[in-house]
Ligand binder design. Structure first.
Ligand SMILES: [Zn+2]
Ligand SMILES: [Zn+2]
Ligand SMILES: [Zn+2]
Length: 127
């Protein structure tokens, strides 16, 4: 049954994201999820999660989206104020607990925030 299979896949994707120390791209999810799912399915699933405030994404320096779970977001959660770190050695993008203050910009409408720092992560730096 398609519905059961989809629900199972959704659970697996969420679990995968929960256990991952860093954000995951659609490719990584397809590779890691035990159930075989195609990219389009994963992409649509993530879009739904994003719309529901369960998941957010950050675009890396190559324009690729990396997805991570949201802790206590609901809908309208696009103005995240935590920092993301992209490592040029291992290429992982992490959500960091460090928060930045979102500036007040009178006259501007803010739809989305993406805070990305690029460099070498703690683990790669320690090698
Ligand atoms: Zn969120
Ligand atoms: Zn690294
Ligand atoms: Zn994040």
């Amino acid at each position: 049954m398609a519905i059961t299979r989809n629900t199972k896949a959704q659970e697996e994707v969420l679990k995968l994201m929960e256990l991952s120390k860093h954000t995951l791209t659609v490719d990584e999810i397809c590779e890691l999820v035990p159930l075989k799912v195609n990219k389009t399915t994963v992409y649509r699933m993530l879009e739904r999660f994003v719309a529901a405030g369960k998941v957010h994404f950050i675009t890396d320096i190559d324009g690729k989206a990396h997805y991570a779970l949201c802790n206590s977001c609901k809908e309208h959660h696009t103005l995240h104020n935590h920092i993301h770190f992209q490592c040029t050695e291992c290429n992982h993008v992490e959500c960091l607990p460090t928060k930045v203050e979102i500036p007040v910009l009178p006259g501007y409408q803010m739809d989305e925030t993406q805070f990305l720092i690029v460099g070498v992560c703690k683990e790669c730096n320690g090698k």
